[in-house]
Ligand binder design. Structure first.
Ligand SMILES: NC(=O)c1ccc[n+]([C@@H]2O[C@H](COP(=O)([O-])OP(=O)(O)OC[C@H]3O[C@@H](n4cnc5c(N)ncnc54)[C@H](O)[C@@H]3O)[C@@H](O)[C@H]2O)c1
Length: 426
């Protein structure tokens, strides 16, 4: 097999994760061009993959003008740039691996889907969780009818407190007006996609949702809290102290320090300290006024009568995704991060009843340091095979099967904001 040629549009964190597949498997994939509006990101990624200057571009238009020959474009630009960039790439006939959220509203999503179909190009969405051994195994059980017809599905996402603070209170997804996507679209388009994909024997028909920002508010700030953490008297006790999180522990460094505008390994501690005195990353999580919810529930009714419930909450002691599916012949439950799936059944035996429980342990399928429970690299492996003509993946589906989850998200946000149930026509 000749390696597929990929260009990377958006050379930030995610773009580099996917491009990294080429370093692990050079026989399967080669990065041939890079594009980014940020000069530092462009140079860092261009240098990493040995891309000549003539194949480094400052944006999608410059990339298109050069008429680069490649098998796919990995579009890992930020949420608000997806519609413009994805549309341009489809119009020019490029197959594309597009980060989620696909786009920020239903109208643009319909338009891109239609355009991709008309142009005959593939538009594959980075729903990485579908590719994890955990969810793939569950999907295989459901497809084989192991627990019969689905009655209900309960799903929860707990967002760990530092992750929540860094990404959704202080960080680049903290403001729906600026970013274009709220918590549900940004963080949980994965979960609603999983719900619809696992249950794709039918289609969603109605959605209702409740949610609010009820904790990260000025009235809940510790006594004497200041606007920035660096001079706050609660530095030794507050769970969200920016100095502790970012300077001492350096958690989420790949997001936090981007605003300094230098390659990560050249940034000094003094520059980080100064940055935290002026940037949102150094502000109090309670008084920093942002518009994202910190809890939300979504109920989805499906056409076959199954009802599914999803809850997300930010600010948890530990993060994780939980699932419990009840079917006519048994139940499946588990926590993604534990990589163990429990299958329980009540069966008839010798004229009586017998309760059975089976635990499937998938931990040995998760390499050390893998991201998203090995979803990222599994997605790339299956995507490369897809480009080579292999259509056997149960996770990788066309754009048509990737829109239901997003449509549920848009409907849920409408329901939450307008206080009513929203019907879907899918
Ligand atoms: N699949 C997942 O699990 C997952 C996880 C995190 C983020 N994401 C999504 O991935 C995307 C990228 O997130 P990230 O964390 O890598 O962000 P990032 O800020 O690290 O990277 C985005 C890059 O795109 C560049 N960019 C923005 N607009 C551009 C444009 N018009 N043309 C060219 N380059 C442009 C930025 O300069 C930046 O370098 C987002 O849509 C995000 O929501 C997905």
């Amino acid at each position: 097999m000749k390696p597929i040629k990929a260009a990377v549009l958006g050379c930030g964190d995610r773009g580099n994760v996917y491009a990294g597949y080429a370093l692990l498997h050079p026989e399967e994939m080669e990065i041939v061009a890079v594009a980014d509006i940020d000069a530092v990101a462009l140079k860092t990624t261009g240098d990493k993959y040995g891309i000549p200057d003539t194949l480094r571009f400052k944006d999608v238009d410059e990339f298109l003008a050069a008429d680069v020959k490649c098998d796919t474009v990995i579009n890992a630009t930020m949420d608000g740039a997806h519609y413009y960039t994805a549309k341009k790439l489809i119009e020019r006939g490029y197959d594309q691996l597009l980060e989620k959220p696909i786009v920020n509203n239903a109208e643009e999503l319909e338009e891109l889907k239609k355009l991709a179909e008309e142009k005959g190009v593939s538009l594959i969405v980075c729903h990485v969780l579908r590719y994890t051994p955990f969810y793939k195994y569950i999907k295989t059980l459901l497809n084989a009818g192991e627990i019969g017809r689905i009655f209900t599905m309960e799903m929860n996402e707990h967002v760990e407190l530092v992750h929540f603070a860094d990404s959704f209170i202080r960080g680049k997804w903290s403001d729906e007006k600026e970013c274009g996507s709220g918590l549900l679209l940004q963080k949980c388009s994965h979960d609603l996609d999983l719900m619809c994909w696992l249950n794709n024997f039918t289609k969603p028909k109605a959605v209702s949702s409740f949610g609010s920002r009820a904790y990260f508010l000025p009235e809940n700030a510790p006594e004497g809290a200041t606007e920035f953490c660096y001079n706050c008297p609660n530095g030794k006790t507050c769970l969200y102290c920016a100095q502790k999180i970012h300077l001492d522990l350096d958690w989420f460094y790949f997001q936090t320090w981007r605003g300094i505008g230098k390659p990560l390994d050249e940034i000094t501690r003094e520059e980080k300290e100064e940055f935290l005195k002026t940037s949102d990353y150094g502000r109090c999580v309670y008084t920093l006024r942002r518009d994202l919810v910190d809890r939300q529930t979504v109920s989805v009714a499906f056409k076959d009568g199954s009802v599914c419930l999803f809850t997300v909450v930010g600010g948890c002691s530990s993060g994780g995704r939980f699932i419990h599916i009840v079917g006519s012949k048994g139940e499946i439950s588990g926590k993604l991060e534990e990589n163990k799936i429990k299958i329980s059944r009540t069966v008839r035996k010798d004229g009586g009843f017998e309760k059975t429980t089976e635990i499937v342990d998938l931990s040995d399928k998760i390499p050390e340091n893998s991201k998203h429970s090995n979803g990222d690299m599994s997605l790339m492996r299956e995507y490369v095979r897809f480009l080579c003509g292999d259509r056997s993946s149960i996770s990788l589906t066309t754009i048509d099967d990737s829109v239901s989850g997003h449509m549920c998200v848009y409907a849920a946000e409408k329901s939450r904001k307008e206080g009513k149930t929203v019907e879907l026509e899918l």
